[in-house]
Design a binder for this molecule. Structure first.
Ligand SMILES: [Zn+2]
Length: 470
């Protein structure tokens, strides 16, 4: 069969099952992974709840065994259990079978490995993943090895995880909590840990169901939060948590059934961490200036990072940071936990903050906030988008703009900021604007769209209209 090279994206492999991504592709990826990272011996395999995941898992495990690896198979499990096992058992790498929040027709792989000489296991991304792609696409044959054959151990890691994590969390009072697991791999894991901590918990959409019958498993989108909002009203809970399918992202809902923005969550968690230890904080390019202003007042150094958890993790290590995260609901806790995306742990840390308040809604209403535009998407072909950004940065430099170009360009303006960056997942450039007042926001949006247009970006009339500028 011919394998479509586009299923290999900068951060993972994803395609429609079985046309684009299937057991043959999975086997070739598994063997190529073993070939490229031959020194990695102990490899964990986990899968999300998609209907095709068991078939893909079999092919992955067969590839690892044929290449003489020791396989730790934990079955259906979210990222939190996958990463916990890697770090707590000092494993050399892992393969997670998941297409994250893509629709049910999709499946994919996320690969992690400890590279020779590296300090820790990190996801295989960008150039490393493209080199792996080239090996998968090559005409190399992969005969099953004769003689030495690897081993498979099946493990249920849940109890070990619950015991380990529960010791790290202190709630000021037991909470009433609603969990929406989106029928993904988190299942009843969050409920078990919150119950262990004395909370009253109600889980909805907790059954594993890869058809995602209730809503798409993406808590970053407001439209997927209607189930949990309804349940919040019904159970009169203190707070709610909605998880994505693989458990690396979580949305927080208050008792007035409003979702807390990623910026609010970042600030809540940063304040809590800073009580324990003052130190640098890492954030992505989209962070609100309201968060940065508060941290600056406290003389906390803050650093921009590329929008991806590998990059945030590397920056945390480099700066000896005490906290890091992205407004897309990824959070990292270097003081308390392993450096991995664990949304269950993040929910527990958010619950610590909630438990210290009499009302989450009141607390959120007191957080600083500036008017923010919705994210707007400018069409930009995949083979041109990075060049477009590079040209724009060149223009900014030539014209003495004040900007940060860690990932795209964030321009500091007198009354706010503007960001444009290439999407990692599709043929588009994403833009966002924030200002100190609504009036200034409109001014910035207009000024920046004009500037983008002037420098050659395909800014359409529709984008002006979407922002209410004409
Ligand atoms: Zn995810």
């Amino acid at each position: 069969m011919t394998i479509k090279s586009t299923i290999f994206r900068p951060y993972d492999i994803r395609g429609i099952y079985p046309q684009e991504f299937n057991e043959d592709v999975a086997y070739r990826v598994s063997r190529s992974f073993c070939q490229k990272y031959w020194s990695a011996k102990k490899i964990i395999v986990a899968q999300d709840t998609r209907l095709s995941s068991p078939i893909i898992a079999n092919a992955i495990i067969r590839g690892l065994v044929d290449a003489d690896k020791q396989v730790i198979d934990i079955g259906i499990a979210p990222d939190p259990l996958f990463y916990f096992m890697i770090f707590n058992h000092k494993l050399d790498g892992g393969i997670m079978i998941s297409a994250s929040h893509n629709p049910k027709e999709y499946n994919g792989l996320m690969l992690s490995v400890k590279k020779p000489g590296a300090k820790m296991v990190l996801d295989i991304i960008n150039d490393d993943l493209f080199k792996l792609r080239d090996l998968v696409l090559s005409d190399r044959k992969w005969p099953a090895s004769r003689g030495k054959i690897g081993k498979v151990i099946k493990i249920q890691p849940e109890k070990e995880y619950l015991d380990y994590v529960a010791r790290k969390i202190k709630l000021a009072r037991p909470l009433k909590i609603v969990i929406d697991s989106s029928n993904g791999a988190c299942g009843f894991l969050p409920e078990k840990i919150f119950k262990k901590l004395g909370c009253d918990v109600k889980t909805i959409n907790g059954e594993f169901d890869g058809t995602f019958p209730n809503h798409l498993p993406d808590p970053y989108l407001e439209e997927n939060l209607s189930d949990i909002k309804k349940a919040m009203r019904q159970y009169k809970a203190d707070c709610g948590f909605c998880f994505d399918t693989d458990g690396d992202r979580v949305a927080l809902i208050d008792e007035r059934d409003r979702s807390a923005s990623g910026d609010f969550c970042m600030l809540m968690l940063a304040r809590e961490v800073l009580k324990k230890k003052k130190g640098p904080i890492i954030h992505d390019m989209r962070i609100s200036k309201a968060v940065l202003d508060e941290l600056a007042k406290q003389k906390v150094p803050t650093f921009f990072s590329i929008c991806h958890h590998n990059a945030v993790i590397e920056e945390i290590i480099k700066r000896k940071a005490v906290f890091g995260g992205e407004i897309t609901l990824h959070f990292l806790f270097p003081l308390d936990y392993y450096l991995c995306d664990d949304a269950v742990f993040a929910a527990l840390k958010l619950a610590e903050v909630v438990s210290q308040q009499s009302s989450l809604a009141k607390y959120i209403d007191g957080l600083p906030y500036y008017p923010l535009s919705p994210e707007i998407f400018v069409d930009a072909p995949d083979d041109k988008k990075y060049q477009m950004i590079a040209d724009f940065v060149k223009y900014l430099r030539k014209n003495n703009y004040d900007f940060v170009d860690v990932d795209g360009a964030r321009i500091n303006l007198k009354h706010g900021w503007a960001l444009m960056r290439a999407s990692n997942t599709g043929p588009m450039i994403k833009c966002r604007f924030e200002a100190d007042t609504k009036e200034h926001l409109l001014e910035i949006e207009k000024e920046m769209l004009d500037l983008f247009k002037k420098t050659g970006l395909p800014i359409t009339k529709k984008l002006y209209r979407d922002l209410g500028l004409c």
